[in-house]
Design a protein around this ligand. Sequence first.
Ligand SMILES: *Cc1c(COP(=O)(O)O)cnc(C)c1O
Length: 466
Amino acid sequence: MQYISTRGSAPTLDFEGATLAGLASDGGLYLPTEWPRFTEDEIRSMRGLPYPELAARVMKPFVAGSLADDELERLCHEVYGDFGHAAVTPLVQLNEQHWLLELFHGPTLAFKDVALQMLGRLFETFLERRGEHLTIVGATSGDTGSAAIRAVAGLDRVEIFMLHPSGKVSDVQRRQMTTVRAPNVHNLAIAGSFDDAQAHVKAMFADESVTSTLNLGAVNSINWARLMAQVVYYFYAGLQLGAPDRSAAYSVPTGNFGDIFAGYVAHKMGLPIEQLIVATNVNDILHRALRDGDYSAGSTVPTITPSMDIQVSSNFERLLFDVGGRDGGAMAEQMRAFAESKAMQLTNSQREGASALFTSGRADQEETTRALQWAYRNCAQVIDPHTGVGLHAAQQAELGAAVPIVTLATAHPAKFPDAVERATGVRPALPSRVGDLFGREEAMVEIGGDYASARDFVLSNAGANG
Ligand SMILES: *Cc1c(COP(=O)(O)O)cnc(C)c1O
């Protein structure tokens, strides 16, 4: 499989190249040149497969040419044999219509482990093959950072610099990053927002002074391999609910549009999907874009769902490119204008293409709290606030009673114990597999919020790993 950039001028790469590159050299994001498609019979034959085997089947067309079948199967068994639940992503029924897909049984208790554990192994495999080293710079609003750090800590060929907005991630999230003590792990707390951190990371990829000395890699959901790994659990849930003969809707707590874009890919591959519901908190640029075609960034408002406190959703570009006719030149121009004015109008084809499958819902703090209370009182399920945003949007969806609606449970409630306790009166305990998180020592450096501070830190500390 070959991969092209959404902005049309970066070189076409194979899966290995796209995985190691992360962001394309023209500032765009990689996508496969075409969507592989399963027949209904092929989908039917996936029913009942254990998660690791399903993962290998779904990913196989995307890695073709870069990983042999047995290599891919071995990786899937290694990665998904090591989760805290034998089903990896169990599907839990709430009532006749509503379901939860629990994606938080990985080492850092959020859905990002599902993809990042795989990405870590892919990096190792490809770098070993090439005899190269990789410096990962990433930005996190909480969950990506800890999952990425856990995925690469201790690897010989990878070093990681993770930027997080100082004071704006939860204690559990921060400790899950800063208590991982490995020589290849660097935690940077920047005086700014998540969007600042993400902008710095993007700027480093475009900065000669960085790229001429370091082989940069990305773990943010701009990395195609992550999205690919997330496609699997849509199939996993869909098959249990009757695919290919019955279609389901999915409500996805959304920030950077990575997780829900994986649902779009599953649909392209032949999984019947009734609707993809983009669930946002009050940072609702996507809700406004899908409703009015107005994609304009405001300033980020802090909420009880920090992993969704995002104004600019990087992966939305992938959708706009794909539904808008795959015109790289036009996309580059649209994104250049957006970078200048922080606002853009979707074209008609983008609006129509998106609205064919996507709807959106928005939850404020009050509505999120009510969703947590509903799940606890009516279904005896303690859910995290991000999942609560998703559940609220699922409950608002205009869908027939016969359509199952799956809310993606993106984090374990114990990652956000204060908000959960305020809503339900229950303080969720950390599962024992995370160990003594609050007893371990933290390591991080505080730096200024400007780009130069971040860049200079990376430049002067990279390579100390060997
Ligand atoms: C990252 C994250 C999200 C948002 O996912 P995107 O792929 O960025 O849209 C939602 N919920 C939780 C708990 C997360 O960690």
